[in-house]
Write a protein that binds this ligand. Structure first.
Ligand code: PLP
Length: 396
């Protein structure tokens, strides 16, 4: 008889987004005349930029002709895209060979699949509040979880614990949900700790394109020693609006070895076993993101979301509400005023001004008392939400 993986039973119900959907649905049923301003969504609202659309059409045409048709692509990525990604890193003085950059169908797939490289005995250290996939993928694999809570005291950027170690450490910077970004010095502490303890850092750089402060690291490989302790997982979802198109990349340096085994070589073996590569059409779209024109166009889109962030943070400043993020990240993490709990403040915003946020408690226990706003909505809705927030929370 087949034995199911018992660890699925240990997963907490994903009540966060289900809870939000239920509460907003009930509210709208009771108040059909109202419309909601959604600052809770983590999905982009702008379409793919023209450079990507052009590449998409051209690649479709390639597939229509015998002479330019492409079949299976190499499992780890087409050489043209792996070279492009390596060249992109070199602009930040990070030297990579194309063989160290793996093309993927997005960060979520990789965050789950990469766990194949580690035995379940490796505990996973999760810096919380955290993107829920780190915890859930580790629970499914039956790992012990070490929670490292963040707080206002450390600006939601915790340092390595003094008395605990783990095989795996998840770090997300710029962070979802807090929008906080590790400085080079803070990230160096984690790199040194990983090298000292033999841990491997899984660095989620899904929001690196939102960094505008030149002193902040976009890649963990900007830090000394990271090539012997880190894997970087990236996504074009929020960088270039690929949430529905699906494309990402993962960097595994050649120097990353554990137990006499190369993690890069193991990942090649994994990909060649478990995938048949990302489609030719999508890889052409991905490459278009890294052209000069593509980079200019995606920066224009990111500027729209950044402007939304400014609209919201200016309103919070006026109201004297504590927050982090919003400057180098598309998320704003705010302390619920008047000591309200996450869900209490969520209800208050929904009922009083029809603004929908995301209760922080859904990202880990230490997120209680906070709410996340995302800045991916339309500028019109964001402006209206900021106006209502200011009126509600007493901004002058
Ligand atoms: N990592 C973080 C921190 C995210 O917030 C998200 C999506 O919201 C992902 C990964 C998933 O990205 P992708 O769309 O590439 O699967």
């Amino acid at each position: 008889m087949m034995k199911p993986n018992p660890h699925y039973g240990e997963l907490k119900d994903s009540y966060l987004f289900a809870g939000i959907a239920k509460k907003t649905k009930t509210y709208l049923e009771e108040h059909p005349e109202k419309s909601l301003l959604r600052l809770g969504i983590g999905d982009v609202s702008l379409p793919l930029c023209p450079a990507v659309i052009e590449a998409l059409h051209a690649a479709v045409d390639d597939q229509s002709k015998k002479e330019t048709f492409h079949g299976y692509q190499p499992e780890c990525g087409a050489p043209f895209l792996r070279e492009t990604i390596a060249a992109h890193y070199s602009k930040r003085n990070v030297k990579l060979t194309p063989e160290e950059a793996f093309v993927s169908s997005g960060a979520s797939d990789e965050l789950g699949d990469i766990l194949d490289l580690f035995t379940p005995e490796n505990a996973a250290m999760v810096l919380e509040p955290a993107y829920p996939a780190y915890l859930d993928a580790s629970v499914i694999a039956g790992r012990k979880i070490i929670h490292v809570p963040a707080s206002t005291e450390n600006g939601f950027l915790p340092g390595p614990p003094k008395d605990e170690t783990a095989g795996l450490i998840y770090i997300c910077s710029p962070n979802n949900p807090t929008g906080a970004v590790f400085s080079k010095r803070q990230l160096q502490n984690w790199v040194d700790y990983a090298n000292e303890t033999g841990a491997v850092i899984i660095f989620d750089a899904a929001y690196e394109a939102y960094i505008e402060d030149p002193s902040l690291p976009h890649s963990i490989f900007e830090l000394d020693g990271a090539r012997t302790c880190a894997i970087e997982i990236c996504s074009l979802s929020k960088t270039a609006g690929f949430t529905g198109t699906r494309m990402g990349y993962t960097v595994i340096p050649m120097e990353l070895n554990r137990g006499g085994m190369s993690l890069n070589a193991m990942w090649v073996r994994n990909r060649t076993t478990k995938t048949n590569g990302v489609s030719y059409i999508l890889q052409r779209c991905g490459a278009a993101v890294f052209t000069n024109e593509g980079q200019r166009q995606i920066k224009e889109q990111i500027a729209v979301y950044k402007k939304n962030a400014k609209t919201v943070t200016e309103a919070l400043d006026k109201c004297g509400v504590w927050y982090t993020g919003g400057k180098n990240a598309p998320y704003i993490w705010l302390k619920c005023p008047g000591g309200m709990g996450s869900w209490e403040f969520f209800d208050y915003l929904l009922n009083e001004i029809q603004v929908v946020g995301t209760p922080g408690e859904g990202f880990g226990k230490c997120g209680e008392g906070f709410v996340r706003f995302s800045t991916f909505g339309s500028p019109e809705d964001t402006k209206e939400a900021a106006k209502r927030l200011t009126a509600l929370l007493g901004g002058k």
